[in-house]
Design a protein around this ligand. Structure first.
Ligand SMILES: [Cu+2]
Length: 210
């Protein structure tokens, strides 16, 4: 009883919304008046009367029972919907997982090959060497090592230049916009300038501790 009234009310509200966008003339006005009357009727008369005349459903044994029963029904509908949707989908959906599975299988196999140690005992894999700071000349980078260590850095310049490590008197060509790596053993202790030779710009300060 109540639910049928609810739908009447919903239709009334939607109808009023629609009519509100129409010009206030002719049939629109008449229908609007009827719907408006029903709108107020719903609150002022229908609802109070419903409270008196309608017979409530029997109380469930417990709230949990009732909720669980509805939840189960909801789950059944959800499962059904998923089955229908997945079954009704286009074929590309079916192919994707297969392709993925193949890809996964291949990568796993590939990974397996590289990971599997070969017959000869291999030394533990060395950690990737830190290529050192990237020197661009924006600021003078401080590099500090102990004597005997390896000095590593990279340099990059927007124009052709040459990297010059003073003291060690090492030079390396630096083509424009190319990152050039340098590494050498720190055999002389002291503080040395590293610069873009052509630009006469210091890019790093190398400190070799004795
Ligand atoms: Cu120089």
């Amino acid at each position: 009883m109540f639910w049928s009234k609810i739908w009447f009310f919903v239709i009334t509200v939607i109808g009023l919304g629609y009519l509100g966008s129409k010009p206030a003339e002719g049939g629109y006005v008449i229908v609007s008046r009827i719907l408006t009357a029903y709108y107020f009727l719903h609150f002022l008369i229908v609802l109070p009367i419903l409270g008196i005349v309608e017979t409530p459903k029997p109380l469930p044994a417990s709230i949990t029972d009732d909720v669980m029963r509805k939840a189960k029904a909801g789950m059944a509908i959800l499962v059904l919907a998923i089955v229908v949707l997945s079954g009704g989908g286009d074929d590309s959906n079916d192919e994707k997982p297969a392709a993925q599975a193949t890809a996964t299988a291949t990568t796993t196999a590939a990974a397996g090959e590289t990971e599997t140690p070969t017959g000869t005992p291999t030394p533990p894999r060395k950690r990737a060497v830190d290529p050192g700071p990237l020197l661009t000349g924006e600021k003078v980078v401080k590099i500090e090592v102990d004597k005997g260590d390896t000095v590593r850095f990279r340099a990059r310049s927007p124009q052709d230049d040459e990297v010059h490590v003073h003291g060690y008197n090492l030079k390396k060509d630096l083509p424009a916009d190319q990152t050039v790596s340098m590494s050498f053993k720190a055999t002389i202790d002291g503080i040395f300038e590293i610069e873009f030779e052509e630009q006469g710009k210091q890019i790093a300060s190398l400190r070799v501790n004795p």
